[in-house]
Design a protein around this ligand. Sequence first.
Ligand SMILES: [Zn+2]
Length: 360
Amino acid sequence: MDKQEEIKMLKAFSNANSTSGFEEEFVKLFKDSVSEIANVEIDGMLNLYASKKENKGNRPVIQLDAHSDAVGFITQAIRPNGLIKFVPLGGWVKYNIPALKVKVRNRDGEYIPGVVATKPPHFMTASERNNVPEVSDMSIDVGSLSREETINDFKIDTGCPIFVDVDCQYNEKSGLFFGKDFDDRFGAGAMVDVLDSLKGEEINFDLVAALSAQEEVGLRGAYVTARKVKPDLCIVLESCPADDTFEPDWLSQTGLKRGPMIRDMDTTFLPNPKFQQYACDLADKNNIPYTRSVRTGGGQDGAAIYYENAAPTIVIGIPVRYEHSPYCFSAYKDFKASVDLATAIIRDMTQEKLDSFKLL
Ligand SMILES: [Zn+2]
């Protein structure tokens, strides 16, 4: 793909409305992006499997993983005054939620604009000014005057998905994207780009790019994709939180324009150490910048894939500033370096190298 095509794709991916359990809009967009370069299958949970067209069916399999959902919300109930009581989907912190612009998808599939309601400062007590309410006390307002109006006219009731409403921008000068849901639309974009780079090319393995559902609520889709794909090797393409604006230089392990982060540890996962070192060595050989990270928080699909069948797995993370908030920064060159590294690994991989990851 050329750079302009990549930028167009990533902006469209970021703008798609897709939160856990309500991924269909993005899954369709992803399917359209790969349907000419892969054989596509979708299961009942909306996990998507894009198999490289040259796959033979009798060779070891490399699985690529990215997830289709992003953090969002779901309507729980309509309050007597017409405001919507909601529940988060995925890992939010409460101080990022008030005054957020959202879209509620109603019973007819229409997107209704709304806002997480906040009391004007004029009416706040001193203690209200200095405290963020609990999420269970927050509401979304779509401008309705009553519970009946919200349910009957706006057609919003229990179980409607709510999406963050932010339009993605790309700044040619800085090379930065600014928008929402880069976790994990940029990983998904990287999967498309890797498949595209290898289009028509013979490699030593079968290759399946699996777009998994419901990662943000417990890696649920990836357990299913790993059972189906049965990978012999796996590369997780995640969008990973950058720490370069709040950690000192010596401790910062994921930053903008420093290349992908290759994860050594998080709360769910430790990679296969030999595969991990091999990936770093290959990045060095190809002059691809990267950082390594040891995290005491977070988790990702690699844990589920590992758990299912213990295929050597690594995580290539695209740095995202302010992940799981409505406004994120990510750099084009980090996206591209992640694609280059994943593609280089796939091209370089042999059965002998794969076997060496399992030798003591
Ligand atoms: Zn993610």
